[in-house]
Design a protein around this ligand. Structure first.
Ligand SMILES: NC(=O)c1ccc[n+]([C@@H]2O[C@H](COP(=O)([O-])OP(=O)(O)OC[C@H]3O[C@@H](n4cnc5c(N)ncnc54)[C@H](O)[C@@H]3O)[C@@H](O)[C@H]2O)c1
Length: 245
């Protein structure tokens, strides 16, 4: 699978799954990779992965910042062929204890942030008549999870958004695709706070007997982003070792 000649933007590209996507895209060769993240501290490290990596600071919740950054990328590269939406966060609590702030914070980054970026990038893809959007959702958005009403709702929203984009962006002469991956439990800092007893329970309920690595998700993202998935759109691919919620 290659991304020859493609310009690939990856939000949340500094840490965890987004970072693994950037590293995997860099191995695929031939692509310009643009990690975009609110945290610019690791940008030098990212640049050292290879020449075609050009990080940009981006806060997906800030509409002006999103618009300006995407215009800047467009004027430097002329187009965006692949968009991976990976920026995300959690703020867990039981529903009766969840603050408005915790609800809005997660919705704002995981769902509204994805919308902001898609809204800005989609017109360029439509204009070129091609493109591939891969949204990183979560199995929790499909199955639910105790203590994560906000996160489950945001990710269910991302799934609905993806299916709508698949219909809306493939009309007329445009063949812009939109798919989602739904990771289960993946070893990033996002799951660091899971108590060991709960983590053991998750592993016990996972047929493949372990948590996933960020690289496992990156492989699925690469497939959906690439032309190898050229007739696949509107799909949600679970990357969860068979875990059932
Ligand atoms: N780790 C898991 O088990 C898991 C499972 C399912 C889905 N996911 C999803 O995968 C995505 C990545 O999660 P992760 O586990 O790699 O977590 P992570 O915390 O390691 O990475 C999240 C990235 O998003 C960036 N980010 C946060 N707020 C941002 C903002 N406002 N604007 C731009 N960037 C921002 C962070 O700086 C970070 O680089 C998230 O959408 C998450 O919901 C993770």
């Amino acid at each position: 699978m290659d991304l020859q000649g493609k310009v690939c933007m990856v939000t949340g590209g500094t840490h965890g799954i987004g970072r693994a996507v950037v590293e995997r895209f860099a191995q695929a060769k031939g692509a310009a990779i643009i990690p975009c993240d609110i945290d610019d501290e690791p940008f030098d490290e990212l640049r050292r992965i290879g020449k075609p990596i050009d990080p940009h600071q981006l806060d997906v919740t800030d509409v002006d910042n999103v618009t300006r950054t995407i215009q800047k990328i467009r004027s430097s590269y002329g187009r965006i062929d692949v968009l991976v939406n990976c920026a995300g966060t959690t703020r867990d609590a039981f529903v009766h204890k969840m603050s408005d702030d915790a609800w809005h914070h997660v919705m704002q980054i995981n769902l509204t942030g994805t919308f902001h970026v898609v809204r800005s990038v989609a017109p360029f893809m439509i204009e070129r008549g091609s493109g591939s959007i891969v949204n990183v959702a979560a199995t929790i958005g499909l199955d639910g999870n105790i203590g994560q009403t906000n996160y489950a709702a945001a990710n269910a929203g991302v799934v609905g958004m993806t299916k709508t984009l698949a219909k809306e962006l493939a009309r007329g002469t445009a063949s812009v695709r939109a798919n989602a991956v739904a990771p289960g439990f993946i070893k990033t800092r996002m799951v660091d706070s899971i108590p060991p007893k709960v983590a053991d329970g998750i592993i016990a309920r996972t047929p493949l007997g372990k948590m996933g690595e960020p690289a496992d998700v990156a492989e699925a993202v690469l497939f959906l982003a690439s032309d190898a998935a050229g007739f696949i759109t509107g799909q949600v691919l679970r990357v969860d070792g068979g875990f059932t919620g």
